[in-house]
Ligand binder design. Structure first.
Ligand SMILES: NC(=O)c1ccc[n+]([C@@H]2O[C@H](COP(=O)([O-])OP(=O)(O)OC[C@H]3O[C@@H](n4cnc5c(N)ncnc54)[C@H](O)[C@@H]3O)[C@@H](O)[C@H]2O)c1
Length: 708
């Protein structure tokens, strides 16, 4: 039977048992984070049974070793039978709580989620001052489902517990030293202290303490929870879990313990099923999956990156330089002229200064970052750099010339990266004698802020280069997603079709504010027209002009060209799809734009119609989905979740919808295809575009999903 097969125990020991005189020490051992997987639970429960059966044992110490206690559930077992197999965490907790001999948790390092719930079931807890506790389930759209919402308020008080559970934040043990949670917080190793503590309580015959037996005395409960619900509802917006956390903690006050536990369980089971929790869990796993490249194993040797050079100190170059400086890596910044160089350095200084003013950065960190920056006008100064990132003008000739120069001056082990948005990375690589060293690193603007980094793998990019760049991305705290070479890579290739639909909608009768409102109501951080105004309408104009030549069969509305012909490039010219008051970013609807659109409709003889918000959202989002399917099919992206991650981290797609491909899965691909057929039949529709991509059609026909 599949179930018994998958439940086969691994040969590796997941918890150790040893006796230290009359104290049994059970050490969880499930690297890397002592996840409470099936084997660990089985062996921990067996250890407890063994200690209880051994008459020479007087007390038990449960620990995770010197580094950390436990990070909670073993996420590798999510969605497998092992996750729910007995002994479950609930069972283990019951076994510990019911033990007739004292069980003491010895907590070093992180004690998180199910790990903390386990510790809360022990009779006593001893922690090192550097340990920390957290119940982060809310971050996955859940709540602690193994008694955490009932025991923590009894241990540290209702308000402190609610804060921890609703925020998921980690709290140092030292901060909770005076609460019932910790019997001792020690400066050294918690295990030695816990063993000494065990001896003491045995000698003193102290009674067992069970947190479940504590009564919560909280006279203002009703007023407090009403206030908490209001505050949490404003912050939680589209996420249901934080409010359920409040309900669960409220139950800890109003209900007897066992009833509270059942109530918590019920809420947990409700939350697991919500689309928001599914989306958050999807995003969590997408992030982990993105760093895995099937043909580049984890042990691929990497090239060390200890110093970086950036070519071009414009919008992108200065932000890219900051990303490395902030991660304490020295950066040499090269420009063509002293003026451009000074301008770039001034931008970097100004950005840091603003962070210091907003108290986001300590002044000494600013000094440290600036001290790592070496501006230069000489290519020879790049000889020692391990990684060079080019961010010059978007012109193939210029880029090739820069790469020829880099080929000449940089050391043989250096990685040569380009930040191009649209040019062919392979052609750039071919300008060098070492295309294996060339890779795309496509940052997003502002590069010092945006999390997303598309790593573009050229036809000849070395595996060691790819692995090194993926590791570097972690160092500078970016979310890296691998893309193959194509125009626009993943994100911009998809957005082009989203924007094409936005323009068609204007032709047919919608206005920029209506389209933006519909998409913002859907959850996008910014509607397409506000986004274009922020990025600069001239960027899209340049790309379209190229498309008219390269792909004359592809339909584009010319309405955006009309806008650009008037010099309305967006925020930077105080006029675009909206108008802007000088120095401000508020988009103000502009009758001049309505007139321009109306004139264009007359020019192409289209009678405007009233367009529903649903149609607007479906057309834009399904345009992303259909192009996403093509990208997957061509192997430009490795997996559907990578596309979702690109949109969540780079394009303001709502997290609670999990990304465009995940959203399509939640609609059901069969329904997506049906809707595309309807959209193809709308007057003026680009019927060719609405042909479902073959991969989408196939998955829909087979009843499958993108993220399946
Ligand atoms: N702006 C964006 O939103 C964005 C986003 C992602 C990628 N990109 C890409 O990043 C690159 C740079 O874009 P940007 O917006 O920063 O442009 P920019 O015009 O702001 O900056 C380019 C800088 O490169 C310098 N430069 C030009 N030729 C040079 C050379 N031979 N040697 C040294 N310096 C040189 C220029 O003086 C200028 O300061 C482009 O390839 C662009 O496609 C831009």
């Amino acid at each position: 039977m599949a179930r018994s097969l998958s439940l086969k125990r691994s040969a590796i020991i997941a918890a150790h048992y040893r006796l230290q005189e009359s104290i049994a020490v059970i050490t969880l051992d499930n690297p890397p984070v002592n996840g409470l997987g099936f084997d660990t639970r089985v062996e921990a429960a067996a250890g407890i049974d063994r200690a209880l059966a051994d008459t020479s044992v007087t007390a038990l110490v449960l620990t995770g070793g010197s580094k950390l206690f436990s990070a909670g559930a073993d996420i590798r077992e999510f969605n497998t039978p092992k996750a729910t197999a007995e002994p479950t965490l609930h069972t283990l907790i019951r076994v510990i709580e019911a033990s007739t001999k004292p069980v003491i948790a010895a907590i070093n390092g992180a004690c998180v989620g199910g790990g903390l719930e386990l510790a809360l079931a022990c009779h006593f807890r001893v922690a090192s001052a550097t340990a920390s506790v957290a119940l982060p389930e809310v971050k996955l759209g859940l709540l602690p489902g193994a008694g955490g919402t009932q025991r923590l308020p009894r241990a540290i008080g209702v308000e402190a517990a609610l804060n921890m559970i609703v925020s998921g934040a980690s709290v140092p043990a030292s901060q909770l030293a005076q609460t019932v949670l910790f019997d001792e917080v020690v400066t050294g190793d918690a295990l030695d202290a816990a063993i000494a503590f065990a001896r003491k309580i045995v000698a003193e015959k102290l009674p067992l303490k069970r947190i479940r037996d504590l009564r919560i005395d909280y006279p203002n409960a009703e007023g407090f929870f009403a206030f908490a619900r209001n505050t949490v509802a404003t912050v939680a917006k589209n996420f249901p879990a934080p409010l359920k956390c409040v309900d669960a903690v409220a139950a800890a006050v109003s209900k007897p313990f066992d009833e509270g536990l059942r109530y918590e369980r019920g809420l947990f089971l409700q939350l697991v099923q919500t689309p928001e929790s599914r989306a958050l869990r999807h995003a969590f796993f997408a992030e982990r999956a993105a760093s895995k490249i099937p043909d580049v194993s984890d042990d691929t040797p990497t090239r060390g990156v200890r110093s970086v050079a950036v070519i071009g100190a414009g919008t992108m170059g200065s932000g890219i330089a900051m990303s490395f400086l902030s991660a304490a890596l020295p950066v040499t910044l090269l420009e063509m002229s002293q003026g451009a160089l000074d301008h770039g350095v001034a931008t970097i200084r100004r950005n840091y200064e603003a962070s210091v003013a907003r108290k986001k950065l300590a002044p000494e960190k600013w000094d440290a970052a600036m001290a790592l920056l070496t501006p230069t006008l000489r290519y020879d100064d790049l000889a020692k750099a391990d990684l060079i990132i080019e961010a010059v003008f978007e012109e193939m000739d210029i880029k090739q010339q820069v790469f020829r120069e880099l080929d000449r001056v940089t050391k043989p082990s250096a990685i040569l990266a380009t930040n191009t948005s649209t040019l062919d990375v392979d052609r750039i690589a071919d300008a060098t004698t070492r295309p294996q060293d060339v890779v795309g690193m496509h940052f997003f603007s502002p590069a010092n802020v945006m999390k997303l980094l598309e790593v573009v793998r050229g036809a000849k990019t070395g595996k060691d280069v790819l692995k090194t760049v993926m590791d570097v991305a972690k160092t500078i705290r970016k979310t890296a997603v691998v893309a193959g070479v194509c125009d626009g890579f993943i994100g911009n290739r998809m957005i082009e079709h989203y924007l094409r639909q936005a323009m068609f909608l204007l032709e047919e009768g919608a206005s920029p504010p209506q389209v933006d409102r519909a998409l913002e109501k859907f959850g996008m951080a910014m509607g397409p027209f506000r986004m274009s105004d922020a990025a600069g309408n001239d960027v899209g104009w340049r790309i379209r002009k190229r498309r008219y030549v390269e792909k004359p069969q592809m339909r584009y509305s010319r309405v955006a060209d009309r806008l650009c012909e008037q010099g309305r490039f967006g925020q930077k010219t105080d006029a675009g799809w909206y108008r802007y008051e000088s120095g401000r970013r508020d988009a103000i609807p502009d009758p001049a734009v309505d007139a321009l659109i109306a004139a264009y409709r007359r020019e192409i003889s289209v009678t405007p119609r009233k367009i529903a918000d649903d149609e607007i959202v479906d057309r834009l989002i399904l345009a992303l989905v259909n192009e996403g399917a093509r990208i997957l099919e061509e192997g430009i992206a490795l997996r559907a979740s990578d596309l979702d991650l690109v949109y969540l981290t780079g394009y303001g797609f709502p997290l609670y919808r999990g990304g465009p491909m995940f959203y399509a899965d939640t609609l059901g691909l069969y329904n997506v295809v049906r809707r595309m057929k309807e959209l193809a039949a709308i007057p003026n529709a680009d019927a060719d575009f609405w042909q479902p991509a073959p991969l989408l059609a196939k998955l829909a026909a087979e009843g499958r999903m993108f993220n399946g």
